[in-house]
Design a protein around this ligand. Structure first.
Ligand code: MG
Length: 362
C-alpha cells in the first residue's frame, strides 16, 4: 500500500459514514420547461409549457436523477420547489445516501408542504440506491415487471375537431382517459365516441358541485362505455360523494381528495378507489405505503401522474405492478423528454430492467 492509499484508508476508517459521504455527495437542481404536444386544458388550467424540478444527486461516482411536478392547486411552483431543496442541500449531502429512510425522515421535517420537491429528492435517492445495488427499482420493491398494467392515454378538454384528432393520434393506446368537468362534457364524450369504441375512463377534476347533476352525468357516462369516474365532486364534498356513490354503478375514484396516507380511512365510504401520485404524496416510498394502506382498506388503487418527463413517470411505473389502474402518460404528452425510461407497448407499461430507474439520455 502506498502512502496515499494508506492515508485514504486511515481517514476513511476514522470518520463516521455521514461525514465521509459529505465529502463526495453533490446535489444540483434545475428547472426544466416541458413543451406540451397539445395545449393542455383541464378544469384547473390551460397551458403549453409545464416546468418541473429536476435533481441530480451524485456520490461515489453514481448519479441519481429525480423530478417533481409542482401542483398549482396546492400553491406549488417549480421555483418554490427548487428553493425548498436548496434550503436543505447541506443537510441532504451530510448524510450517507444509503441510509435514505433516515435522510428523508429528517430532511422532510425541515420542508413544509412542497411535495413535488420531496418527490424529486426521494426519486433521486431511490435511483442512486438502485444503481449502487445494481437492481432495477421494481426489483428493490419485490415486484414482477410482467404485472405492470396498461396505462391510459389522456385526452384533455378541447374543441370537438381537436378532440377527434387527439383520439386518432392515440390509436396505439387501448384505453383512454377523458377530461370533463366544464360545460362541454357531453360534447367531449360524443366527439371521442364518434371516432372510437375503446373503453374510456373519465376524470371530472372536481367539476360538478351539484350531486343530482353528478348522478345524471355518471349514469349517462356509464351508457357511453365509461369504466370509472375520477373525482366527480370537489374534494371536501365527501358526504355528497357518498350519496352519489349509492346512486351509480361504476366505481368512483378519489384524486384531489386523496393526498396522503392519513386521508385514506375517511375516504373508504365515499369512494371505491384512490388515485395515488408521487408528486402529491412526496415520493416513491410514501406512494408505496399509500398503495398498501389502500389495499388493506379494500380500495382499488391507481397510479396517476402530472405532466412530467420520463424521470418521474418511470419512478411511478416501477411501482405499477402493485396497482389496478395506471394513468402514467405525462411523458407521452410532451415533445422534449430528456430521457428514455419506461416504454409503452400496446398500452402496457414496459419497465426498464437497468439498475435504478433505468434512464437513458436521449
Ligand atoms: Mg385526476
Amino acid at each position: 500500500m502506498n502512502r496515499r492509499d494508506l492515508f485514504k484508508t486511515v481517514l476513511g476508517a476514522a470518520l463516521p459514514l455521514s461525514v465521509r459521504s459529505a465529502s463526495v455527495s453533490q446535489l444540483e437542481t434545475e428547472i426544466v420547461g416541458l413543451k406540451l404536444r397539445h395545449t393542455w386544458t383541464t378544469v384547473m388550467s390551460s397551458s403549453e409549457y409545464r416546468d418541473t424540478l429536476h435533481l441530480r444527486f451524485t456520490a461515489d461516482g453514481v448519479t441519481g436523477r429525480g423530478e417533481g411536478a409542482p401542483i398549482p392547486r396546492y400553491k406549488e411552483t417549480a421555483e418554490t420547489a427548487r428553493r425548498a431543496i436548496e434550503a436543505v442541500k447541506d443537510r441532504i449531502t451530510s448524510y450517507d445516501p444509503r441510509q435514505f429512510s433516515k435522510l428523508l425522515d429528517d430532511v422532510f421535517t425541515h420542508i413544509r408542504g412542497e411535495f413535488a420537491a420531496k418527490a424529486a429528492l426521494d426519486i433521486a435517492l431511490m435511483d442512486w440506491n438502485g444503481q449502487k445495488l445494481g437492481v432495477p427499482l421494481y426489483r428493490y420493491f419485490g415486484l414482477d415487471p410482467n404485472d405492470a398494467p396498461v396505462t391510459t392515454f389522456s385526452i384533455g378538454i378541447d374543441k370537438p375537431e381537436i378532440v377527434r384528432q387527439k383520439v386518432r393520434e392515440a390509436d396505439a393506446y387501448p384505453v383512454l382517459k377523458v377530461k370533463v368537468g366544464l360545460k362541454t362534457d357531453e360534447e367531449m364524450i360524443e366527439a371521442v365516441r364518434s371516432v372510437t369504441s375503446k373503453p374510456l375512463r373519465v376524470d371530472a377534476n372536481e367539476g360538478w358541485t351539484d350531486k343530482e347533476e353528478a348522478v345524471r352525468k355518471i349514469n349517462w357516462l356509464e351508457k357511453q362505455g365509461v369504466e370509472f369516474i375520477e373525482q366527480p365532486m370537489p374534494a371536501h364534498m365527501l358526504e355528497e360523494t357518498r350519496w352519489v356513490r349509492s346512486k351509480v354503478h361504476i366505481p368512483i375514484i378519489a384524486d384531489e381528495a386523496c393526498l396522503h396516507p392519513e386521508d385514506m380511512p375517511r375516504l373508504a365510504s365515499s369512494f371505491d378507489g384512490v388515485n395515488i401520485k408521487i408528486d402529491k404524496c412526496g415520493g416513491m416510498l410514501e406512494a408505496f405505503r399509500m398503495i398498501n394502506i389502500a389495499r388493506s382498506l379494500k380500495l382499488k388503487t391507481m397510479l396517476g401522474c402530472m405532466i412530467s418527463s420520463s424521470v418521474a413517470i418511470t419512478a411511478a411505473a416501477h411501482l405499477s405492478p402493485l396497482v389496478d389502474y395506471a394513468d402514467l402518460d405525462g411523458n407521452l404528452l410532451i415533445a422534449n423528454d430528456p430521457f428514455e425510461g419506461v416504454l409503452v407497448k400496446n398500452g402496457k407499461l414496459i419497465l426498464p430492467n437497468r439498475p435504478g430507474l433505468g434512464l437513458l439520455p436521449r
